[in-house]
Design a protein around this ligand. Structure first.
Ligand SMILES: C[S@@+](CC[C@H](N)C(=O)[O-])C[C@H]1O[C@@H](n2cnc3c(N)ncnc32)[C@H](O)[C@@H]1O
Ligand code: SF4
Length: 384
């Protein structure tokens, strides 16, 4: 197969599926870490990275390497070192590569930050979720507020850039309570924040509780009030969202890896269930690895890579995806570049109608969504 990338930027996502505990709201591809030997999976991930290198031929050095999950901070430092080394050896790194790690803020993991930094990690993203102990318990987290604050302190010593994730819109959370907590969060003066609205995902424990009438999510109006408060409080201190849920203190601290998704660049995914997008034989492909750990490892052993799905994306679907992702960005997306990459155009009449209706605006060739929270609905109007 001749795999060619259509742009100079390339990212690598590594999915580590194990977690110490499974959170009741989470629908990521995760399983419980039972202290089992995981070297076989590290070996498979490294072989998969090498397999990609062989298939890609000519390609740019990596702009970003993202270790996500699951809980990749459960990797032993020597395992992480091996993965990062394999990526560098196979693809090369651009000089200012972002090597980011998602971490849970337990003391066990915090003690390893120095080793993770020595392995090459320069950006840490901490899943703090809440600064209220009761909410952490409701969310099924295995860390306390104190542990999370300690983790932040240590992270600042070890990494160039530190980010934290928080979830709001929890059942019965009032605007006043969230305002109180967000004030505390902003006082932490972090370089980056991801502030997510709680979403009740099918098949999760929260969804089952919701179906049984044991959990009542906030309604859309309440969530919109919480979202608006978040936007105005962050904007007031120069920390406005650069993407629907993401805030950075400056351009350097934006997530380079996530920008690659939103701006429609190419990335490869390795590890169970990892997704990717790359141009193969001239057309953009949707790529997904086997979700089950053993199936993934077996596939890599037998075929040299862990890909289960490698499917051509039609120009129309490509355009739709680029639009939905790009409109999440505050600065919007470059319409003509997006259309030429997708190989098709947005219906002019629909674009005109959506502009007249105030859903989108065009500024210097950049198409922007007026209400970022409604991006999916705006996208649907533009793509009808
Ligand atoms: C890959 S996940 C988890 C990273 C890490 N294992 C952790 O839990 O801290 C990245 C982030 O997505 C957010 N998230 C996951 N499920 C969510 C949901 N159902 N609703 C809102 N945010 C969610 C959480 O803030 C989480 O930190
Ligand atoms: S939220 Fe994080 S720790 Fe919890 S199950 Fe999901 S990936 Fe694992």
């Amino acid at each position: 197969m001749n795999v060619k990338l259509n742009r100079p930027k390339l990212g690598l996502y590594v999915h580590w599926p194990y977690c110490a505990r499974i959170c009741p709201y989470c629908d990521f591809n995760v399983r419980k870490d039972r202290g089992q030997d995981t070297d076989f999976l590290v070996d498979a991930i490294i072989a998969d990275i090498k397999g990609w290198r062989t298939r890609l031929g000519d390609m740019p050095a990596l702009s970003s390497l993202s270790l996500g999950g699951g809980t990749p901070s459960l990797l032993q430092p020597r395992q992480m070192h091996r993965i990062i080394q394999a990526a560098e050896k196979s693809f090369g790194f651009v000089a200012d590569i972002e090597i980011s790690l998602e971490a849970n803020p337990t003391d066990f993991e915090t003690d390893r930050y120095a080793d993770f930094a020595s392995a090459g990690v320069n950006r840490l993203s901490l899943g703090i979720q809440s600064l209220e102990q009761q909410q952490l318990e409701f969310l099924g987290r295995d860390h306390t507020v104190t542990e999370a604050l300690n983790a932040l302190q240590e992270a600042r010593k070890q990494f160039t850039s530190v980010s934290a994730d928080f979830i709001y819109g929890l059942p019965k959370q009032s605007v006043a309570k969230w305002q109180e907590q967000l004030t505390e969060i902003l006082e932490l003066s972090l370089q980056h924040l991801s502030l997510y609205c709680l979403s009740i995902e099918p098949k999760t424990m929260f969804f089952k509780q919701y179906e049984r009438g044991q959990l009542t999510p906030v309604n859309d109006d309440q969530m919109a009030d919480l979202y608006e408060l978040t936007q105005s409080m962050t904007a007031q201190i120069g920390y406005a969202a650069y993407e629907t849920s993401n805030h950075a203190i400056d351009d350097d601290n934006r997530s380079k890896h996530n920008l690659l998704y939103w701006q429609g660049d190419d990335w490869i995914g390795v590890g169970p269930g990892a997704h990717g997008r790359a141009s193969i034989d001239g057309s953009r492909h949707e790529l997904a690895s086997y979700r089950q750990v053993q199936k993934y490892a077996d596939a890599v052993r037998k075929t040299g890579w862990g890909v289960e799905v490698s499917q051509k994306i039609s120009p129309e679907d490509d355009l739709a995806e680029r639009l939905l992702l790009g409109l999440r960005l505050e600065e919007g997306i470059d319409l003509s570049t997006m259309q030429s990459r997708a190989g098709c155009e947005i219906d002019r009449q629909l674009l005109e109608n959506s502009t007249k209706a105030g859903l989108v605006s065009m500024e210097n060739g950049m198409l922007k969504a007026s209400i970022p929270l409604l991006v999916d609905r705006i996208g649907a109007e533009l793509l009808l």
